[in-house]
Design a protein around this ligand. Sequence first.
Ligand code: C5P
Length: 227
Amino acid sequence: NNKIIIAIDGFSSTGKSTIAKQLAKQLGYIYVDTGAMYRAVTLYAMEQGLVTTEVTNINGLIESLPKVRLTFTFNEALGFAEMYLNGRNVEREIRTLEVSNLVSTVAAVPEVRQKLVEEQREMGKEKGIVMDGRDIGTVVFPDAEVKLFMTASAQVRAERRYKELIEKGDDVAFDAVLANIEQRDHIDSTREDSPLVKADDAIEIDNSNLSRAAQFDQILEIVSKFS
Ligand code: C5P
């Protein structure tokens, strides 16, 4: 059984990570959430006062990048890996709307991307990996055997994210979540370095009206042709 690389890209809250986790579990592969890495760098920048709603000190951020150590540690109980920033579990903190509102600014910095892409390629060296993000099929692994590009309407995605945040006990307004999604779509798609685009050879999956199970079956069938 040949191990392959599965690249899953797409807009925010298209259910990429849910599918990627499910797929990795089914195949016995490693799952890597690259959005978590950009979020962890953003949290670091916020805590250092380098990037906040008032401050955008990109040079300061670039200078401090060598001090940012990102690791994933598998959590047996949860069944997936959690994000650690300099040895501290930040899995919860990186999912707040505050981080979401600043992450696209940080992710547009080429030096940030260079560091994380290098680490992501290292993780995929042995293949047997499902990686989700924005530039996995285009930049990180242009030779990935399977490339999926997930889409769904902004309204549907905002409803999903809103529900998730409310269930976690985050007190957010639906309009703020929708605004964040539309803003990130815009910044991610129009940035100079590695903009979010569908790779020519990626298979597009619009799941606005697709159940999770139907979608998973569809993807498993695609994957079975390659592995
Ligand atoms: O996937 P998630 O929504 O958690 O990603 C958060 C943000 O990180 C994205 O909106 C994008 O700005 C950035 N990102 C990126 N490249 C990736 C993964 C995430 O630029 N491969």
